[in-house]
Design a protein around this ligand. Structure first.
Ligand SMILES: O=C(O)CCC(=O)C(=O)O
Length: 278
């Protein structure tokens, strides 16, 4: 993606708190991933977690990076990652990758911020930047994500369970919504008829965080090391095997990336460059 487009999206995020990147996936590609998710739901017999936050009619599958290359490519997607890197920085991490499949009859998710659990005064620089891939069309009726534009500038967090006026982030399948973690938002209600075509809203919640905070899903333990060894290098970095700014997350002054390739450049010198060693 060229710099001008990236800057355009970053300007929208700075102003409104979100942007929508259209046509990231072709409709056929979005359909193929949606089919893969439906098969996975069958295989795992996925049921709603049935709580007020994750929804009573919403199916979620977590730890998707263990589920194959389709999902690896989402995490490193060159049409989205540069925008997220512009919000955080190049040393960002994958925080979590899950499906959010909202069924008919679902009620609105409480409006929330995604970094609210981190007890820092507001507003603060982005610690989290999340993206939602639409694998079906997102409409107001089927539960498109609700956004409160400009809320990233607020100095308070939303009150859990309270109603706030919001807009639906409607988008066609293959598009991606991007928002920093301090934007007020929530999954929408789904008023589609039960059993109707396109009555479920399927999204992939591809969430990132700054490289200096803890990831929502523990991927260094949650993904088998033998699988991680087969990941593309950028994905190995993104799940937490590259030290943040060359320092935070080292092992005995070595980058964990060194374990994947003894000849790679992630040596001691990169973890503590000569100028930092005094
Ligand atoms: O499903 C959505 O549109 C948003 C979900 C969300 O914000 C969450 O579960 O934290």
């Amino acid at each position: 993606m060229d710099e001008t487009r990236i800057d355009g999206y970053l300007a929208q995020i700075a102003e409104d708190g979100y942007c929508i990147i259209e046509n990231v996936l072709s409709p056929e590609h979005a359909d193929a991933i949606a089919d893969e998710v439906r098969e996975l739901e069958q295989e795992l017999d996925t049921q709603p977690y049935a709580n007020v936050f994750e929804g009573a009619k919403t199916k979620r599958i977590y730890n998707l990076l263990t589920r194959g290359p389709t999902f690896w490519a989402i995490a490193t997607n060159p049409l989205v990652l540069p925008v997220v890197e512009g919000v955080l920085d190049h040393d960002l991490l994958v925080s979590s990758l899950s499906t959010i499949h909202i069924g008919p009859g679902e009620i609105p998710q409480p409006i929330h911020v995604d970094d609210g659990i981190i007890n820092l005064p507001l507003p603060h620089p982005p610690l989290v930047c999340n993206t939602m891939y639409a694998l079906t069309d997102f409409t107001e009726e089927n539960g498109a994500t609700r956004i409160i534009p400009g809320s990233h500038k607020f100095d308070t967090a939303p009150e859990f369970g309270k109603h706030y006026d919001s807009i639906p982030a409607e988008m066609s399948k293959g598009s991606v919504l991007v928002w920093p973690g301090n934007v007020w938002h929530g999954g929408g209600k789904n008023i589609m008829p039960e059993g109707g075509p396109d009555s479920w809203r399927m999204g992939l919640a591809m969430n990132y965080c700054a490289g200096f905070i803890r990831q929502q899903e523990n991927q260094q333990i949650g993904i088998p090391l033998d699988m991680i060894k087969t990941f593309p290098k950028r994905l190995q970095e993104l799940i937490g095997f590259a030290p943040y700014h060359g320092v935070i997350g080292h092992i005995d002054r070595q980058s964990p990336m060194a374990m994947f390739d003894a000849t790679n450049t992630h040596s001691l010198a990169n973890v503590f460059p000569p100028s930092a060693e005094g």
